[in-house]
Ligand binder design. Sequence first.
Ligand code: GLN
Length: 343
Amino acid sequence: MTPSSNLKAFADSITATTSPFRSYLSDLHRQYLPLTDGAVADYIPELALADPSWFGIAAATVDGQVFEVGDCDQTFTVQSISKAFVYGLALEDHGRDYVNSKVGVEPTGEAFNAIVLDEATNRPYNPMVNAGAIATADLIKGKDGTERLKRMLDMFSRYTGRSHDIHVPVFLSEKATGNRNRAIAYLMLNFGMVSDRIDETLDLYFQQCSILVTARDLSLMAATLANGGINPVTGDRALDQRYVQDVVSVMLTCGMYDSSGDWAYRVGMPAKSGVGGGITAVAPGKLGIGTFSPPLDAKGNSVRGIQVCQTLSQDFGLHPFNAAAPPRDLAAWINGSEGTNSW
Ligand code: GLN
């Protein structure tokens, strides 16, 4: 960091602690902490260890301010949230036409782990369901599993500005219990939709689900997409500008499992959730939101996370199709003054 970027980071950290937006997020946290609906994922024992009261809300603006309330440093496994970002890496590795020939962009309305392929093309429907995510992981280049995993971890680091590890017990449990994912992978292999290094790719998929992140990381990942692929804090490019729209569009149509339509209707921010309890949500050109709260609804989405995103969307007009003036002006709340609205 240069001295001037140090100074900027210092100034931003002051804003981040004194801004009215921070108080607003604290109020949201207080409002939804008592919400105890939902259940922590327990399909593997490691996830069942999560404390249902963990709750973090983070927001990062496209000019690099980060706001954090609650458990924003608590690590958890990224799970399905990885799917959106790995899709971006596959697009960079192969370009849109080739990736589209292997994975569609159509919502399924089915559960994320459904064993279903498009009958006409044998493609998985989209990269956010397990079939599509495994086909996408297959596309990640590298001479062996180690190099392919390293490329994924490096990509996550560009989005978050820090290094990442996998949670080995979660990886081993995903692998030990992952027969359904193996069935999906071998079905795709039967149709020639994935390469024959399928066991290595399944390991890679289980590893990508086991990468440890925080709510702060998720806010920066979303803010990077909101900022055209450049991490707004480090200035590093995480995703080629050409593919940002592709990733964000698929998040909007398919990112919240089989409640993506409901989410688009109520919240509208392109988002991706994971069974570890995380949600990453993008307000293009404005900010990224990361929430963490392990109890999930019946569709696999974090109950508190949904409420937080829906309330933020309504209060600040973050639904992309909302043309009405929002109840609150985001820039004014962040900067603590009216009249500096630069959005
Ligand atoms: N790792 C889990 C699986 O592949 C799912 C991840 C998720 O968040 N849905 O089944």
